[in-house]
Design a protein around this ligand. Sequence first.
Ligand code: FAD
Length: 515
Amino acid sequence: MASRDGYSWTKADGLRPGVPCIGAIQPPSNIASSSSSPSTEFDVIVVGAGYAGLTAARDASVAGLKVLLLEARDRIGGRSWSSNIDGYPYEMGGTWVYWGQATVWREIARYGMQDELESSYDFSRGINKFLLASTGGTQSFTHEEEDALMQSGLAKLFNVDGKDGRDALPMPHSAHLSPSDRRFDGMSVADRLAEMGGQLTPTERLCLEGFVLLCSGATLATTSFYEMLHWWALSGYTYEGCVNHLVRFKFRAGQSSFAVRFLGEALASGNLSYAFSEPVAAVRDGGAQGSVTVTTRSGRTFAAKRVISALPLNVLDTVAFEPPLQEGKAAAARTGHVNQTVKVHAEIRERELRSFTGVSYPHNGLIYGFGDGETPAGNTHVVAFGGQHKHFHPEDDIDRTIAEFHGFTPMNVERLVSAIRNYKLCRRGGRLIADRRGQVFHNWSRDEFAKGAWFFPAPGLLASHFEDLRARQGNIFFASSDWASGWRSFIDGAIEEGTRAAASVRADLIGRSKI
Ligand code: FAD
């Protein structure tokens, strides 16, 4: 099975649209293909089949509710999905999970997948170095020195209370922002660095800024200091905790091998109807006596007692809600989040780089990279991240993208893979470019069903609208990793939110206000 999403580039074949994905669903729908089914009223319609929507659809259908899942893409997983190319899984979006993330771990245990994880890192051979490339040249460190540099820089950044942030943010899973949280959300990381004066060594500062930009995909001025502190607190207030929670363990068979379990269980209940490649255009809430109707772009209309919108923040305003979104939600949707991460995989010949990690900053478009695996051909798989800082679109210029990898250290790139939506290609001036009636390729930034990578807010968004985003509106419930209370921006947060929404709908339908 292949998805229209994603593309790959090799020297031999050039740029190719669409990549294989076990999360691409066949048949694309299990409901009659007639234009609408007004006679069938579902208990709940779930819009969006990312982890929030998948969890909500599964929990509701397993609880005995009649569920319809509508998804714009041809696959499940939303911002988390993997492609298996020549027997090797490339993670196009959300990748790493950890047992310290209680909600995702509950699901891993539910499906007995505890032993299907592997470490991204292998420091047992090869150059085994951290390379810090900057405008003044490249410095080389052991991984122990890398950890010490990151720990000391981050501890200084978050030491707003003499306790490395422990007193400042003691309850990172709270569903409310405290006055202190709001104060820190009024600051950017750039503001905090200015406040710190000369506390950081130049090397600590490069490492720290590279790490912050890896987390936010934004710029230092648009990265909420509170949200960075939140990640730090969730990770146990240490750099080691950050590595474990953020970038260490991934599924050996890829994220989509996890997502298909959710859909499979929901289908086995016999209560799930679904339609893929069916973008929703409008959601109309009939109020206390009426049902909610959902209309897709193809003109089909479906009715349900309740709707769970599992749409991401940055596309919430692409669906017409009637009555319109409450002002707080609407304002948050207009503002959006600021993460425009560029994530690119390269298959390279140098086996010794399996054990490299690197920061290339502030001059490079790809800021953070490391050896992430070994392909069946015996090549090294390197994954690298950029963002708003020196932002570029990898598909626009393959030569530049390869040069960005060389920004860490010279390497021979055999293959590039990136999560970019599929549009027609043409050749102009001897160079492959993308063309869609005059437009260029989509990537996570250009992807119309995401408009960005994982949630990361600019200063002020959460202080103003966190509770608005989590609120129900009439018969519509809103679930997204983007406003989870705990691991917001992570797969864990999406599952937390899907669980919350399904439980709330069920409680609502059986006449209890709380469960
Ligand atoms: P989504 O996955 O975005 O799901 C929303 C769904 O709604 C999508 O399927 C979308 O197609 C659909 N949709 C949109 N518009 C419409 C419409 N009009 N009609 C119908 N359907 C629609 N998290 C981690 O835990 N670990 C990581 O290592 C990690 N790395 C990441 C790397 C990248 C590059 C990205 C992009 C994300 C990463 N994340 C990571 C974050 C994680 O992927 C997301 O937080 C999580 O997957 C979001 O799930 P969700 O269900 O809330 O939203």
